[in-house]
Design a protein around this ligand. Structure first.
Ligand SMILES: NC(=O)c1ccc[n+]([C@@H]2O[C@H](COP(=O)([O-])OP(=O)(O)OC[C@H]3O[C@@H](n4cnc5c(N)ncnc54)[C@H](O)[C@@H]3O)[C@@H](O)[C@H]2O)c1
Length: 456
């Protein structure tokens, strides 16, 4: 069913969205504060340079499906929903400038005050997590005198198009993300994107806002990583193209979801050692490689965050479940848990450690040397009896996938705290899982790592 849609901001995102939605048969009214942009679109021209856009706009104008105006009243009163795609540039200090968003929200609110029918406001501009809920929504409510969820609804719907291939990207996005308040019916929005084959993810607004930033940060990281790899290849005499070709052909570990789930720090006998060697070689070659050089400090920082969180409990008796660098191995070399325990011991904590794979008598060679150097009295801390470790601890650190959190939780007393280092905190309103997640027995805190305790 064709809809009437107003689009605020006729820049790269707005004009492409306007033309594409008109192509899908919707009636689109573009709004821009700059009369020259409106004039261009009204005369069938593209307000920005983008392959294929001019033809699409011409076609849409001829079919009377696309018009443009500076009159925001007319646009909102004559549409079912409004897309906001005004710019959100950086201020000099990097802070996000929400001036245009604020201005548009006040304009929309002013019209909603007199509009008799329900209206959707869809924010497409990139804004930081929390902006829709804590900035846009209160602004719309205050300026309209109406209530979200009753008189109007709001959605954060990030745009993933790239300039230069914008039309193709709009038609074929990786996914569509609809960030809405809990219980909100997104039927109309789903309908708009029903012609696209990409999956539609419905989540809360903050998660949707974060997805956009994570995507862009990752894309930027990929470019910088690739460029540092290329620089190193050049200096060490390796063929960067062949390296990249082989590297990217691994869709199991390299170009895949592997290693991209937040959890605890990395460790083991290879990653830290090889990164140290590579970055040291970079230094020898007088290369400044900030991305590669930042990886080990970032990993250490993650261990310190866990230490901090444990110390924040103000408990001293710590039960550590899992010491090796990952489940199913007895390799302690560069295990983040060894660093974490050493740090806790230095802070005066008493640690009892259980790891089903670590038998001190059987650990030899460099593995033994590492642990003897790091924690010489490790033998006195290792325990065979998991039940005893659980009973004697005030705080239990779950640091191995060999054990299931729910099974451990089941064995705890109400006064004990479980800190799960394997899985990050999932807030009660966690995005996609929110409707199915059972949190009755979790004491959800603001902690990064998941903290749980049975109700006392
Ligand atoms: N350009 C991209 O490739 C791209 C891709 C994805 C997301 N985004 C995000 O989308 C948003 C828009 O980006 P853009 O590149 O299209 O911006 P842009 O600067 O090209 O266009 C913004 C438009 O908004 C207009 N505008 C400003 N205030 C207005 C008001 N009160 N009423 C009506 N119009 C108003 C401006 O005149 C301008 O034409 C930004 O948040 C950006 O981060 C951009």
């Amino acid at each position: 069913m064709p809809l009437s849609i107003s689009i605020f901001g006729l820049g790269y995102v707005g004009s492409v969205t306007a033309a594409c939605l008109a192509q899908h048969g919707h009636r689109v009214i573009g709004v821009d504060s700059k009369p020259e942009k409106v004039a261009r679109l009204t005369s069938g021209q593209a307000p920005v340079v983008e392959a294929g856009l001019k033809e699409l706009i011409e076609q849409a104008c001829r079919a009377s499906l696309l018009q443009a105006t500076t009159d925001f009243h007319e646009a909102i009163l004559n549409s079912d929903l409004t897309f906001i795609s005004v710019a959100t540039p950086s201020l000099r200090n990097g802070k996000l400038d929400l001036t245009s968003i604020e201005c548009v929200c006040r304009q929309i609110g002013e019209v909603l005050r007199v509009k008799q029918t329900f209206h959707w406001v869809v924010l497409r501009s990139t804004v930081l997590p929390g902006t829709t809920r804590s900035f846009v929504l209160p602004l719309l409510e205050a300026s309209s005198g109406k209530r979200a969820g009753i008189d109007f609804d709001i959605c954060f719907n990030p745009e993933f198009l790239r300039e230069g291939t914008a039309l193709a990207d709009f038609a074929n996005p990786p996914f569509t993300v609809l960030g809405v308040a809990e219980g909100c019916d997104c039927g109309m929005l789903r309908q708009i994107y029903s012609q696209l084959s990409a999956p539609v993810y419905e989540t809360d607004t903050t998660t949707a806002e974060m997805v956009k930033y994570v995507c862009n940060a990752f894309h930027a990281l990929k470019v910088s990583f690739a460029n540092e790899v290329g620089t190193l290849c050049h200096e060490v005499g390796a063929d960067a193209h062949t390296v990249t070709k082989i590297f990217t052909s691994d869709t199991k570990l390299n170009i895949s979801p592997a290693y991209l789930t937040p959890g605890f720090a990395f460790g083991g006998s290879c990653l830290p050692k090889d990164l140290r060697a590579l970055t040291y070689r970079g230094k020898e070659l007088d290369l400044n490689l900030p991305v590669l050089n930042a990886i080990i400090p970032s990993n250490q920082e993650h261990i310190l965050r866990a230490v901090d969180e444990i110390l924040q409990t103000h408990k001293k008796k710590i039960g550590v479940l899992g010491l090796s660098f990952k489940a199913g191995t007895d390799d302690l070399r560069d295990s983040p848990m060894v660093y974490l325990v050493k740090r806790l011991l230095g802070e005066g904590c008493r640690c009892h450690i259980w790891d089903q794979n670590v038998r001190l008598g059987q650990i030899v060679g460099s593995n033994r040397e590492f642990i003897d150097n790091m924690i010489p009295h490790i033998g006195a801390l290792l325990q065979d009896d998991l039940g005893e470790v659980l009973r004697s601890a005030e705080v239990i650190l779950l640091a191995t996938k060999d054990l299931k959190r729910d099974e451990i939780l089941h064995q705890l007393r109400g006064d004990q705290i479980l800190i799960d280092l394997v899985h990050l905190q999932k807030p009660a309103t966690d995005g996609l899982a929110r409707r199915s997640m059972h949190v009755a027995d979790l004491r959800v805190s603001n902690a990064l790592f998941l903290q749980a305790a049975k109700p006392i």
